[in-house]
Design a protein around this ligand. Sequence first.
Ligand SMILES: C[S@@+](CC[C@H](N)C(=O)[O-])C[C@H]1O[C@@H](n2cnc3c(N)ncnc32)[C@H](O)[C@@H]1O
Length: 234
Amino acid sequence: MKYMGSKNRFAKELLPIILKDRTKGQYYVEPFAGGMNLIDKVTGNRIANDIHTELIEMWKALVYENWQPPLDVSEEDYKNAKDNKTKISKALNGYIGFNSYGGKWYAGYRRDKQGKRDYWREHCNNIMKQVPNLKGVEFTNTSFTDLDIPENSIIYCDPPYEGTTKYNNKFDHILFWDWVRTKSKQGNKVYVSEYNAPNDFVCVWQKEAKSTFSANGVIGGTKKSTERLFIYCG
Ligand SMILES: C[S@@+](CC[C@H](N)C(=O)[O-])C[C@H]1O[C@@H](n2cnc3c(N)ncnc32)[C@H](O)[C@@H]1O
């Protein structure tokens, strides 16, 4: 699924590192699973969490209720869904809201001036391709701080990056890094995607990549930045 901050294009490089010493039955947990663009390439015991309710309701309906999302949504229906003018399910709201510019929640109806692209069909196809790979995943909808994580898990964190578009104004980066320290000390293997990390973290992978950026909440263009993967080194 096209999703803001998607790690799809890095999956081939990140997953061999993250899953390197995974043991049989060991849980793979994503507290910030978003568009499920990494966890859909992992098998076995998995937990996918995200704080976004409509998003998680959408995944649950698709994976466990055989829900078929619509292949077309008019601009008027998009607006009504955005403004809560129509009573629709949370799952459908999630599906509509994320087919937006930059894969960002209700950031604008996607239309193709030349009429060559069918964005709803693309959205639907992208999502439906992921669905079979998500069978067996336990979906949860809470903040990472309240997430129940089985002992000795592999935890991959892809939080909102510091200093980038705000998914959630209240994201507390200090609390987050502290939580990672605690989870690491408890015996979990914790990996974090970010551009930068505090000094007691070490970078185990990095790559220059283009990323979309935004100013005042409006997605403006692309810039180069270095994607990194960190672990706590205490
Ligand atoms: C960079 S995105 C994850 C993208 C995902 N890895 C992918 O490839 O599609 C970050 C996610 O963190 C979620 N999020 C923000 N604050 C959160 C919190 N306190 N607890 C859990 N999830 C949160 C957002 O809803 C968003 O989906």
